[in-house]
Design a protein around this ligand. Structure first.
Ligand code: PGA
Length: 264
C-alpha cells in the first residue's frame, strides 16, 4: 500500500519583507488559511531570520508552521551572522537548505548542503532540500545527472525513517525569478514532474519504496496563483516552494488552495 503524503505549500519570503510586513502577512495568511482547506495541506512561512520569532507569535497555535531560510552546518562557533540548528530548534519546524541562491551566490556545495541536512534532521527538524540544474547544465542535457548527484549526496546521511520528515524541492535554477518584475521562463508542467518522479526513484533506491513513498517532493520554480495548478496537478508533485508570489497573502492563499485541490 502506498503511503499518504500531505501536500505542502511553502512561502519563501527571501529578503523581501520587513518585520511589520512579515507580521501583517502572517496574520492575513493565518486568518485565510482556515478557509482554504488547511486540513488538506501543510502551510509553511519562511521569513527572514529577524522575523522568525514575531511571525511564530503572530501565527499562535494555528496549523501554519514557521521555517528558516538557511542554517549553518556547525552547531556553534565563530560564525558571525549565521545561526545553527540549536538556535532554531523550538522556533521553527522546517529549514530550507541548499536553495539555488545559496548554492550560486555563496558557493554552497553538495557536500555542505548534505552536512546541513544531517544537522537539521538530527535536531528533529524538517529540511526542505532544494535541488536543480542551471540553464547551462540543462542546455548540455545534464539535468538528470546533476539532480541525481545532488539528491544522492544529500540522501547519503539520511535514514530511511527520516525521509517522512524531509521535503525535496526541485527548482530548475533558470526557472526562478531574479526578483520583482524579473520573471523567469517556466518549463512545461510535465517536465518537472518527470524529474520529481526520478527523485522519488533515487530515494527508493536509497531507502526502499515503502520509505521513499513518504518523502514529499515539490516544485520550486516560479509559480503564482494562475500557474500553480498546472504544476501540482501532475502525478507525484506534492506542492510548491513559492518565492515572490508568496509575499502577497491573497496570492499565496490562492496558491495554497490550488495545492489543496488541483489533482490529476
Ligand atoms: P520565485 O522563487 O517564486 O520568486 O521565482 C522561487 C524559489 O526561490 O524557489
Amino acid at each position: 500500500m502506498l503511503a499518504f503524503r500531505r501536500r505542502i505549500a511553502i512561502a519563501n519570503w527571501k529578503m523581501y519583507l520587513g518585520a511589520a510586513e512579515c507580521i501583517r502577512a502572517a496574520r492575513a495568511i493565518r486568518s485565510g488559511a482556515g478557509r482554504v482547506a488547511s486540513r488538506d495541506v501543510d502551510i509553511v512561512l519562511c521569513p527572514p531570520s529577524p522575523s522568525l520569532a514575531p511571525v511564530k507569535e503572530a501565527l499562535g497555535s494555528t496549523r501554519v508552521s514557521v521555517g528558516a531560510q538557511d542554517v549553518h552546518a556547525e552547531l556553534s562557533g565563530p560564525y558571525t551572522g549565521d545561526v545553527s540548528v540549536l538556535q532554531l530548534r523550538g522556533m521553527v519546524r522546517y529549514v530550507i537548505v541548499g536553495h539555488s541562491e545559496r548554492r550560486e551566490r555563496y558557493g554552497e556545495t553538495d557536500e555542505l548542503v548534505a552536512q546541513k541536512v544531517r544537522r537539521v534532521v538530527a535536531a528533529g527538524l524538517s529540511p526542505i532540500v532544494c535541488v536543480g540544474e542551471t540553464a547551462e547544465e540543462r542546455g548540455d542535457g545534464d539535468t538528470i545527472a546533476v539532480v541525481r548527484r545532488q539528491v544522492e549526496t544529500v540522501l547519503h546521511g539520511v535514514s530511511a525513517l527520516s525521509l517522512a520528515r524531509c521535503v525535496v524541492a526541485y527548482e530548475p535554477r533558470w526557472a526562478i525569478s531574479q526578483g520583482p518584475g524579473r520573471p523567469a521562463p517556466q518549463p512545461e508542467p510535465g517536465d518537472p514532474a518527470e524529474v520529481i518522479r526520478l527523485i522519488r526513484k533515487i530515494a527508493s533506491d536509497h531507502a526502499g519504496r515503502r520509505y521513499a513513498e513518504r518523502l514529499r517532493v515539490i516544485y520550486g520554480g516560479s509559480v503564482d496563483a494562475k500557474t500553480c495548478c498546472a504544476f501540482v496537478r501532475e502525478p507525484g508533485v506534492d506542492g510548491a516552494l513559492v518565492g515572490g508570489a508568496s509575499t502577497k497573502p491573497s496570492e499565496f492563499l490562492a496558491i495554497v488552495r490550488a495545492i489543496a485541490t488541483c489533482r490529476s
